[in-house]
Ligand binder design. Structure first.
Ligand code: AMP
Length: 420
């Protein structure tokens, strides 16, 4: 039997209802905050991700699904959404009417990481981006949006972590100080960190290898190197989070794997996910629109890991499963064909009705109705058809009432109106 590809997964009925509910709550909230949906392709030119994510990142170095298409152009399955959304913003000149645009999308991403619990090769993200606002207040708004969403989804222990990555003016000074410190602990760093030390030292702060984490206990903090503007910006973020009563921790080790981030950076972490503690991450990326050929327009955004969110979401799936309102237990050919008509008409009217097509005994049809969790069963046999009346059984209270078969669809609609 052919199995699915390692790191990929099916989302089956039973789980899908939870995903749908999460998506609905998220979309409602985003739209209340003025975001519009954008849909972007799953595949882009490889160049887009190389230029926006950066050549020295794990994603570009070793995780992208890249291949030549039939004409030999290199294409890549999207590993994240920001690059494509920025491309669309520039390509369609969305800034022309109004540079301020708030966009969101939900969909699959592809990274060839080592699969483990909470880490897949096809995973899903909910992504939000705000273009055209330089104020750090919108960074706060994004964090507020995330914490509000997580509380609506009954996530128990989500915690916001924030840091500043400085700007192109102050970051080089910090990078130099960090590189110097890293030279002094080189013998304790993993081979990846030795490479990062020379090319992209900020990423060493992000390494999960325990010996690297220990070696970096006394690493310098970027917060001690911020220029006056970045300092003021980061203070404003904290004051505003305080005013909104959003709890957070300042986490000097928090850096983003992607090159285009600057100033505010944040992550939502949770203890319930084991090693993969980040459920959402984001921050400001003011230089990217220009770097990809657009005007100089600031931007900020985040991505939530949908798979991880579904795992820690506290909504009750049982209550979300849609059960039939009516099961028609039909005995005999004539009843069966009438039942079929009713079931079709009821579905059309928005009432979920089921029946058994195999003409089995009343006992086994009742069993099936029970298994499906049907709220009511209408029992129809030849006798009932003769009399023009059948029994409608409430499966919860066991109460049975006589039901007029002359206008089944209308009567059922009337009885069940508003009961769903
Ligand atoms: P990133 O785009 O790397 O900032 O990731 C944003 C969020 O996506 C993370 O916080 C995770 O929740 C989720 N995520 C990233 N990579 C994976 C993966 N391979 N499998 C599942 N979720 C992921």
């Amino acid at each position: 039997m052919i199995q699915l590809i390692r790191g990929f997964k099916d989302i089956l009925p039973g789980e899908v209802e939870l995903w749908q509910q999460i998506e609905k709550i998220t979309v409602d909230l985003f739209e209340d905050f003025g975001f519009s949906q954008i849909r972007i392709p799953i595949m882009e030119r490889t160049e887009l991700f190389k230029r926006s994510i950066g050549e020295d990142t794990d994603i570009v170095e070793k995780e992208m699904y890249t291949f030549p298409d039939r004409k030999g152009d290199l294409v890549t399955l999207r590993p994240e959404a920001t690059a494509s959304i920025v491309r669309a913003y520039i390509q369609h000149k969305l800034f022309a009417a109004d540079p301020v645009q708030k966009l969101y999308m939900v969909g699959p991403m592809f990274r060839r990481e080592r699969p483990q619990k909470g880490r897949y090769r096809q995973f899903y993200q909910i992504d939000a981006e705000i273009f055209g606002v330089a104020s750090p207040l919108v960074d706060v708004q994004l964090i507020f949006l995330l914490t509000t969403l997580f509380s609506r989804l009954k996530v128990a222990d989500a915690q916001a972590h924030i840091n500043s990555l400085g700007c192109p003016r102050c970051r080089p000074g910090f990078k130099a100080a960090l590189r110097e410190m890293l030279m002094s602990v080189s013998d304790r760093l993993c081979p990846d960190c030795i490479r990062r030390r020379d090319r992209n030292p900020l990423r060493v702060l992000d390494c999960k290898v325990p010996s690297c984490r220990e070696a970096l206990a006394d690493a310098p903090s970027i917060l001690d190197h911020l220029c006056a503007d970045c300092r003021q910006d980061f203070d404003a973020v904290q004051q505003s989070l305080d005013r909104l009563a959003v709890p957070y921790v300042v986490d000097k080790r928090l850096v983003r794997g992607l090159d285009y981030y600057a100033r505010t950076t944040f992550e939502i972490q949770t203890g319930s996910l084991g090693a993969q503690s980040a459920v959402a991450g984001g921050g400001r990326y003011d230089g990217l629109v220009k770097a990809l050929g657009g005007p100089e327009i600031p931007a900020t955004g985040f991505a939530i890991g949908f798979d991880r969110l579904a795992e820690i979401c506290g909504l009750d799936v049982e209550n979300l499963l849609d059960k039939p309102q009516l099961f028609v237990a039909a005995l005999g050919d004539r009843s069966q064909s009438l039942a079929f008509e009713w079931v079709c008409r009821l579905g059309q009217a928005g009432i979920r009705a089921e029946m058994d097509f195999s003409g089995r005994s009343l006992k086994s049809q009742m069993k099936r109705a029970n298994r499906l969790g049907a709220a009511h069963v209408l029992i129809v046999g030849e006798d009932e058809l003769e009399k023009g009346a059948a029994i409608l059984r409430n499966m919860e209270t066991k109460e049975q009432t006589m039901f007029d078969l002359a206008r089944v669809v209308e009567n059922i609609k009337q009885i069940f109106a508003g009961s769903r």
